[in-house]
Design a protein around this ligand. Structure first.
Ligand code: FMN
Length: 175
């Protein structure tokens, strides 16, 4: 296989919807599956976002905050619809019909339906040399979960293929 196809070798990946606002407070949302922990202390994560000017990155640059929502089966269709483009002055959450609620620590609204929410303040945006994605790194300043069951989590394979995780089991770690 071509090394350029490697992304399908790192699978499945949890799907998360990232909300953000511009300086006028207009909200946006978009799904991402390149989401990865970066640090325990302080708690940090990264979102890999393509190097073109997405609304998400423009908003995060402007207001330095974002909220990451892990997607569960009960709102998967609307979550994926957030991929749609919306006009800069259009509230994508309202357009798609996802209800917002006030976040605890950041000005960016959270998605009411989401069972796993991580509020982030921008740490930095790294652009690896020659890469076509940038690493948007955020410090998690508030987090909440209603502990959804494992099989409720939506994970991306590739294109329109998704899976839900199956059985939980243990592997002994001899450290
Ligand atoms: C399941 C799924 C996963 C995606 N993962 C990523 C990703 O990890 N990185 C990325 O740059 N785009 C990803 N996309 C595409 C973005 O959602 C898309 O570029 C979106 O239009 C950006 O919206 P915005 O301009 O409103 O920020 C994904 C789309 C879907 C449906």
């Amino acid at each position: 296989m071509q090394p350029s196809e490697f992304v399908r070798l790192i699978y499945p990946r949890a799907v998360a919807v990232v909300t953000s606002i511009n300086s006028e407070g207009i909200a946006n949302a978009a799904p991402y599956s390149w989401v990865c922990p970066v640090s325990f202390t302080p708690p940090m994560l990264l979102v890999g976002i393509q190097n073109r000017e997405t609304r998400t990155v423009r908003n995060i640059r402007e207001t330095k905050e974002f909220v990451v929502h892990v997607v569960t089966r009960d709102w998967e269709q609307t979550a994926i619809e957030c991929e749609k483009k919306a006009r800069d002055n259009e509230d994508k959450l309202a357009k798609i019909g996802l209800e917002k609620i006030k976040s605890e620590k950041v000005n960016v609204p959270s998605i009411k339906k989401s069972k796993i929410v991580m509020e982030c303040r921008l740490s930095e945006i790294l652009v690896p040399k020659n890469a076509d994605h940038m690493l948007v790194i955020g410090e998690i300043v508030a987090a909440k979960t209603s502990e959804p069951k494992l099989e409720e989590i939506v994970m991306h394979l590739l294109g329109e293929k998704f899976v839900s995780p199956g059985e939980e089991y243990s592997i002994e770690r001899k450290r």
